[in-house]
Ligand binder design. Structure first.
Ligand code: ZN
Length: 139
C-alpha cells in the first residue's frame, strides 16, 4: 500500500478552495474547468486528476450539489421568514425557492466538483505516487 504524503494542506484551506471553485490541491482558480459546464480530467495547473481512481466520484459531486442547493433554499426560507414575520409572503417565498431549486444545480455545478474534490482529499490523503501522476485519473 502506498504511503500518504506528510506535507498536506490544512483541511479548512482545502474546503475554502473547493468552495471558491479552485483546485483543492494547488489552489489554482482554473482548476478542472475550461467553461462553466465543460471540465477536464486533470487540473490545468498541477495536473492532479480529480477522480483519484474513484469511478463514482460524480456521485459525491452530485451529492455536494444537492446539499448546496437545498442549503441555499433553507437559508433563503429562514432569512425571508425572519425578515417578514408575522406576515410571510408565501407566494414570493414559493417563487424564490422554486427559482433557486431550478437555477441552483446549474449555478453550483463546478463548485460541487471542486468541493467534493476537497472532501475527498480530506478523507483520503494523496500518495506520492498519485501526485507523481501515476494511476488512472480518468477511469
Ligand atoms: Zn491543481
Amino acid at each position: 500500500m502506498a504511503k500518504p504524503i506528510d506535507d498536506f494542506q490544512s483541511r479548512p484551506r482545502l474546503l475554502l478552495r473547493g468552495l471558491l471553485r479552485r483546485c483543492a490541491w494547488c489552489g489554482d482558480r482554473h482548476a478542472y474547468f475550461v467553461g462553466w459546464f465543460k471540465r477536464q480530467d486533470r487540473c490545468r495547473n498541477c495536473g492532479h486528476g480529480y477522480r483519484r481512481g474513484d469511478s463514482a466520484f460524480e456521485l459525491g459531486a452530485i451529492t455536494a450539489n444537492i446539499i448546496l442547493t437545498f442549503g441555499t433554499i433553507l437559508l433563503t426560507i429562514l432569512v425571508l421568514v425572519a425578515v417578514t414575520a408575522p406576515d410571510v409572503p408565501i407566494g414570493t417565498l414559493t417563487a424564490v425557492t422554486a427559482a433557486i431549486g431550478i437555477i441552483g444545480p446549474a449555478l453550483f455545478y463546478p463548485i460541487s466538483f471542486t468541493l467534493w474534490q476537497a472532501v475527498d482529499l480530506w478523507m483520503r490523503r494523496p500518495t506520492v505516487q498519485e501526485l507523481a501522476g501515476e494511476g488512472d485519473a480518468t477511469l
